[in-house]
Design a protein. Structure first.
Length: 335
């Protein structure tokens, strides 16, 4: 009788342990489930933190299954967010200013990096262009509504060239370099990697016009307002992954360049000199709002519409996520 009771107790114990083990395994399995997100990424060095976070597993460490979809320009990525095709997008300040002016529900969650020479004007020497003043009377190609468009406006103004003295040719992002090389325009205002390809293909015929003092571009991570408000924990996880990636970029710059160049389809040496122009960060600064306001005023002056003054761009910045991750990185007054 005693033996039978002992056997019965042992059986119950094994059954309990087995059930507990199954429950534990189920909980562990559930904890490992990843939240799917889609990030629209423009392939250029400014997106390095996104590429590093994906490549080095930082997104997965934060419980995210991040799928990166490439877009040729930031405004196309932002359109993907607004249409529901993507959850987040890397984007310059100009498309955000335009979206804000149109009252579209977008929100910047962090500035990924600041760039001193984000946009260059690549011109053809055989068209008599060697300095900024030589742009007068020439055809200049640009993707309308982008940061390169705003830079061209500032560059012409500081060169004392009126817009009416230049023929501005609107181009699609994937046609910028081909159009310049074919000679259909005399110069283009564009960003990397288009600048790299244009210089390589034109060779000694390429004239590079630049002025780092007139504009410092911000490369940002934006989302829809509704997504930010309904998925605050996802935003926090994304930003934690970005902070980790920035740490890797700082400690392992060579490997970070290699990861980035793989996604750009370029060798890291092709943009190695440009790398020094990028300051990788995860921040939200007051200067961002001032920049957005300046660009909105430019757009209002350029276009005829019902809007007469810029909106309050504080309504287009979501600070809660970054404050939870790195409160000191939020330098916006009142936030």
């Amino acid at each position: 009788m005693l033996k039978r009771k002992t056997v019965l107790l042992i059986g119950v114990a094994f059954l309990f342990l087995g059930t507990a083990g199954c429950n534990r395994e189920g909980k562990e399995h559930a904890s490992k489930r990843l939240e799917p997100i889609v990030v629209a990424v423009t392939p250029w060095p400014g997106s390095a933190a996104i590429y590093v976070a994906a490549e080095k597993g930082h997104f997965r460490e934060e419980g995210l299954d991040a799928v990166l979809h490439p877009y040729l320009s930031g405004h196309l990525g932002l359109d993907a967010v607004l249409s529901g095709t993507a959850n987040l997008a890397t984007v310059g300040d100009t498309p955000v200013a335009r979206a804000g002016l149109a009252g579209k529900p977008v929100a910047i969650v962090a500035t990924l990096c600041e760039i001193n020479r984000a946009v260059l004007i690549v011109a053809r020497k055989d068209r008599g262009i060697s300095s900024r003043r030589d742009l007068k009377g020439k055809k200049v190609g640009v993707v309308a509504g982008t940061t390169a468009d705003f830079f061209l406006h500032i560059f012409l103004a500081t060169s004392y060239i009126r817009t009416s003295e230049v023929t501005i040719v609107p181009l699609q992002a994937d046609r910028v370099v081909d159009t310049l090389v074919a000679g259909d325009v005399d110069a283009v205002s564009t960003w990397s990697p288009h600048t790299i390809e244009a210089r390589d293909r034109l060779g000694e015929n390429a004239a590079i016009l630049e002025d780092p003092s007139i504009y410092k571009m911000t490369w940002n991570l934006a989302t829809g307002k509704e997504f930010a408000l309904s998925h605050p924990q996802v935003i926090e996880r994304v930003l934690r992954a970005i902070v980790k990636a920035n740490g890797f970029i700082l400690k392992q710059p060579d490997e970070a360049r290699a990861v980035t160049s793989k996604h750009l389809g370029k060798e890291s040496a092709r943009f190695e000199k440009e790398w020094a122009d990028y300051t990788f960060t995860a921040s939200l600064d007051q200067s961002l709002l001032l920049n957005l306001e300046d660009q909105a005023r430019w757009m209002i002056g350029k276009e005829t519409g019902s809007v007469s003054r810029p909106p309050n761009f504080m309504d287009f910045v979501y600070t809660d996520g970054l404050k939870s991750v790195r409160s000191a990185a939020v330098g916006i007054t009142g936030r």
